[in-house]
Design a protein around this ligand. Structure first.
Ligand code: HDL
Ligand code: ZN
Length: 439
């Protein structure tokens, strides 16, 4: 499905906006509306140009994406230790040779590279990457972002911003020029998951904190969060949690989560994004590609939603086996917003299954997808794939509605697509709307 210019009005054809759609018109109406609606990408690792080299783009970054590195180590004799010694361009050459020349690029991540090259009219079946490298090098990042977002059909990307990442912290301390295409998200993994390893950084910055996370510390953590709220104006706070995450149990991380972060989120009127189910570094030899997945105990999520009814939770879980119970919990707690088919789930076969069960159990009251893009141009294939899957799922959903005697118009489909890919998030993150109004 080609992305047309996303501002283009829907053509008023013979069925028009108001008239009822018959079954044979459903597919074209759904595709048209998906391809002309600008989406909000609610979780990425992209950065606005103000962050310089923290923002990744271009061919060598695309090819050395950790999803492709994981696949490379399965299709090459090269050891990870040897690979890590190579310069980035040689790493990219090795990955291209192994996954695109010596093998057919049939995986989700390799097909994605082919789709990106095709989108920019670059050769997809060559052994020489020079032409593609020169093309990307010739781009200026501001217009390249504009073109890439338009091709992907996204209007806004939410970044992942770590206040304790030394390089990123330096940028924020120099007043970041705001870019309306990028929103900030305050990422708290280091604070919640590794307080022992990071409390001294806060102490060095003048926060009166201690390793035991005493009550005084909790108040100082909230002051730290206030300061970063002032700097970043985040649309939500976020934390990734292991499959073993439990709540409530007496841990330092849970003291900071329950005693500082959640009350602070309520005060700041910000949702907290919980991303649960990572088994960190199951194979450290392959670095960022070395994380795995584990089924979480979602009673921890149940306890959080029940114990903190005035907090809003944006939740993505990494295990396919947790998806159905996440839907059930979303039916129990309207302060829980499921989102995305995260990471190892972002594959067409699984995205379709997850999205269908969400619609069957939640209607349009969830956020189907985020890209999790780490490299700018990935949004092109990640959102093209999402639109293709949603086209099939929504068309079938409306077909079933007609079969059961319902009626559907283009404006109904537009309303549903807007809700799924824009207003569910806008309402969840807008301080103008209290949690009760967001239901
Ligand atoms: O913690 C996260 O936000 C994850 O998305 C990780 O960054 C992961 O490495 C990733 O890129 N998944 O797509
Ligand atoms: Zn991510």
């Amino acid at each position: 499905m080609e992305i047309r210019s996303i501002k283009q009005p829907i053509p008023s054809d013979d069925v028009g906006l108001q008239s009822l759609l018959s079954p044979e018109h459903l597919a074209s109406a759904v595709e048209e509306i998906l391809s002309t609606t600008a989406f909000i990408d609610i979780h990425t690792h992209l950065f606005s140009p103000a962050f310089g080299n923290l923002g990744l783009w271009g061919l060598d970054e695309l090819l050395t994406y950790h999803y492709l590195e994981a696949e490379f180590f399965r299709s090459s004799e090269m050891s990870p230790e040897h690979y890590w010694q190579l310069p980035k361009a040689e790493q990219a050459d090795a990955i291209w040779q192994a996954l695109f020349v010596e093998n057919t690029p049939v995986s989700e991540a390799t097909r994605g590279i082919v789709a990106v090259l095709k989108a920019f009219d670059l050769p997809t079946d060559t052994s020489d990457l020079d032409e593609s490298r020169s093309f990307f090098r010739a781009q200026s990042i501001g217009s390249h972002i504009r073109n890439t977002f338009a091709m992907a059909g996204i209007e806004t990307a939410v970044m992942t911003n770590d206040p304790l990442h030394p390089e990123e912290q330096r940028v924020w301390m120099q007043e970041v020029q705001s870019d309306p295409r990028f929103k900030a998200a305050l990422r708290l993994d280091r604070l919640i998951r590794d307080w022992p390893g990071h409390w001294e950084i806060l102490a060095a910055q003048g926060y009166a904190v201690d390793p035991q996370a005493s009550d005084r510390t909790l108040a100082e953590v909230r002051r730290f969060l206030d300061d970063w709220h002032e700097r970043m104006s985040p649309v939500y706070a976020a934390v990734s949690l292991p499959d073993t995450f439990q709540f409530p149990v007496e841990t330092i991380g849970n003291r900071i989560l329950g005693g500082a972060v959640l009350p602070w989120c309520r005060e700041a009127d910000l949702p907290l994004s919980l991303m649960i189910g990572v088994r960190y570094q199951v194979n450290p030899r392959i670095r960022l590609a070395g994380d795995g997945v584990g089924r979480g105990d979602l009673r921890a999520l149940e306890n959080l939603c029940r114990t903190f009814p005035e907090n809003r939770f944006l939740v993505s879980v990494l295990s396919r086996e947790n998806q159905h119970e996440l839907c059930v919990y979303a039916r129990k707690f309207s302060n829980l917003m499921p989102f995305g088919c995260w990471w190892f789930l972002n594959n067409p076969s699984i995205v379709e299954e997850i999205t269908r069960e969400r619609i069957e159990m939640l209607g349009a009251s969830f956020i189907p997808q985020h890209s999790d893009a780490r490299v700018l141009e990935q949004v092109i294939y990640k959102w093209r794939n999402t639109r293709a899957i949603l086209a099939g799922v929504l068309t079938e959903t409306y077909r079933l509605l007609l079969r059961d005697g319902g009626r559907i118009r283009r404006q109904d489909i537009q309303r549903d697509v807007n809700r799924l890919f824009r207003s569910n998030f806008e309402k969840w993150t807008s301080s103008a709307v209290s949690p009760s109004q967001a239901r």
